[in-house]
Write a protein that binds this ligand. Structure first.
Ligand code: PEP
Ligand code: MG
Length: 544
């Protein structure tokens, strides 16, 4: 039995035979040609064929997983029209009299290596895109059909990496889990794996040559590990866990469409925490009452530059429209501490969790903040959006935010861009915010309690430090009292208050939260129905 750790792309459990997928890329041979025009024509035909294949993949993915999942194939079609790329290939054909397949391979490799060599996860993903379109062209030029992944029994697919196209082409029924050596949790392939709800890990350092197709593997997408040739006892334990998961899943389906209401008639709202527009799908599948926390900083991570106003506007608008009038709370960027993006050029700090992060960056660098605010104010026209500000510690910050929001609104008005100022709330995730929650409540439209940070700052314990696991207690009495204090102050001012930290999904505390008067619990999509079930068991049945 061998255990190997990896990064979690998608949670879930799987057990079954391994299918080792070795690199099946077609290598283009170096051949000289005589007829340049004929070769250029072949290239053109291969390109048209590739575009048609990508259109088919786009349609298949859009039908099975929705437009946003399919967009990668649209992007590949655009890459195939990139004149810089095509001109370089044509140059090699004309100048070096190279066969079109070899010219594509040489140019594709050069660009991909250049991108991959920058040590940036986002650019590495773009390198994978270039490799995929080049491979498609090479296959078409060689007259080879795209590989059909018609492997035997449903399997745990282990590979160096996958392209999004390869993943969509596979028969979903045959994939128990995906394990890759390379790849990133931000890649298109990772996004697709999440959308397809396939347990998936990346960064798993297995040696493909030592693996055998057919050997047994367990993929634990909760713990982030692969277990090769597991013992019988381990297999039994995992199978039992999977059975429990299945039974629970079946039972929970009955709670779809039901209200989040206690037996004695107290109404709550159970919402979803999401990181991207793609996550809206799982929020809807789990019948979320709304989006309680859209962690917008994920739009900024895993890339080389700031997302533009337009990119952000599209993401927020899509989320608002997809939720069809249900509330969508978008938190402004909470970058810094454990969430770093190079292009912010943040200085190294001794205590990053206590440092320059979240609203502090936005207030000091309003030019960054305003781009996001413009996108949010514009997207508000399209649904029931609210803005949530993170890491608030003072009343002064609220006034500063207000000034910037008003300035942004004035500019949009002047430019005659349609906008709306939505409801605005704040995260209560610092002890300071709790202690002045009476004053803060009169200045904002709602509170959302971030128990993750509130726990780390109240207990003075780094939430990331594994060594503190025995000490770190999110159910600490101090936290529960702070939640009560925040709820009381919110209600005195007549505003709503929710919990969006992980504690909100702790079903052993649901009854206590109800008793405290919490109005909303925002939890990971997979926890929505569990929390709803718990809420509906609480209190005396008034009909009895
Ligand atoms: C929190 O701190 O509880 C929270 C919801 O925010 P994050 O986990 O993103 O810091
Ligand atoms: Mg937080």
């Amino acid at each position: 039995m061998q255990k190997i750790a990896g990064k979690i792309i998608q949670e879930g459990l799987a057990i079954g035979p391994v299918f080792v997928r070795k690199d099946n890329a077609l290598k283009a041979e170096k051949k000289r040609i005589k007829d340049v025009d004929a070769e250029l024509k072949r290239l053109e035909l291969a390109k048209d064929q590739a575009k048609a294949q990508l259109q088919n993949l786009y349609e298949k993915a859009a039908k099975e997983m929705g437009e946003s999942a399919a967009s990668v194939f649209e992007m590949h079609q655009m890459l195939l029209e990139d004149e810089g790329y095509l001109d370089s290939v044509r140059d090699r054909i004309r100048t070096d009299l190279l066969d079109a397949g070899y010219a594509v391979s040489a140019v594709g490799n050069r660009i991909a290596q250049m991108l991959a060599g920058k040590g940036d996860e986002y650019l590495a993903d773009r390198a994978a895109d270039i490799r995929e379109i080049s491979q498609r062209l090479i296959q078409n030029l060689a007259g080879r059909e795209a590989e059909d992944f018609a492997f035997g029994p449903p399997s745990v697919i282990v590979a160096d990496d996958f392209t999004p196209g390869e993943l969509v082409q596979m028969d979903r029924e045959k994939i128990l889990a995906i394990v890759t050596i390379h790849g990133s949790v931000y890649s298109h392939t990772a996004i697709l794996a999440r959308m397809m709800n396939i347990p998936a890990l990346t960064g798993v350092l297995v040696n493909l040559d030592e693996l055998r197709t057919g050997m047994t593997a367990v993929v634990d997408g909760f713990q982030g590990q692969v277990v090769l040739e597991p013992s019988e006892e381990f297999c039994q334990r995992i199978k039992k866990k999977m059975q429990q998961e299945r039974e629970e899943f079946e039972l929970l389906q009955a709670f779809k469409g039901k209200a989040d209401i206690t037996l004695d008639g107290r109404k709550l709202l159970v919402c979803a925490n999401i990181r991207s527009v793609e996550d809206v799908k799982s929020a809807l599948e789990n019948d979320a009452g709304g989006i309680g926390l859209f962690r917008s900083e994920f739009l900024y991570l895993g890339r080389t530059d700031f997302p533009t106003e337009e990119e952000q506007f599209q993401a927020y608008r899509q989320a608002a429209q997809a939720m069809e009038g249900k509330p969508v709370v978008i938190r402004t960027l909470d970058i810094g501490a454990d969430k770093q993006a190079d292009f912010f050029h943040l200085e190294k700090e001794n205590n990053p969790a206590l440092g320059y992060r979240a609203i502090r960056i936005c207030l000091r660098q309003p030019e960054i903040f305003q781009v996001q605010l413009r996108a949010l104010l514009r997207a508000s026209v399209f649904g029931s959006l609210s803005i949530l500000y993170p890491m608030i510690t003072s009343v002064k910050e609220i006034f500063q935010i207000r000034e910037i929001v008003e300035k942004t609104a004035r500019e949009l008005k002047q430019a005659q861009v349609p906008y709306q100022i939505p409801k605005q709330g704040i995260m209560i995730e610092t002890p300071a915010a709790v202690m002045i929650s009476d004053e803060l409540a009169s200045l904002v439209d709602f509170f959302s309690i971030g128990t993750n940070d509130l726990t780390q700052y109240t207990l003075a314990m780094d939430r990331q430090n594994e060594k503190l696991a025995d000490f770190y207690d999110p159910r600490h009495k101090a936290i529960l009292r702070m939640i009560q204090m925040t709820v009381d102050n919110a209600h005195r001012a007549g505003i709503r208050v929710g919990i969006c930290g992980e504690l909100g999904a702790d079903t052993e505390l649901t009854e206590e939260f109800v008793r405290m008067g919490v109005d909303e619990l925002s939890v990971p999509p997979s926890m929505i129905l569990r929390v709803r079930k718990r809420i509906r068991e609480i209190g005396e049945n008034v009909d009895n």
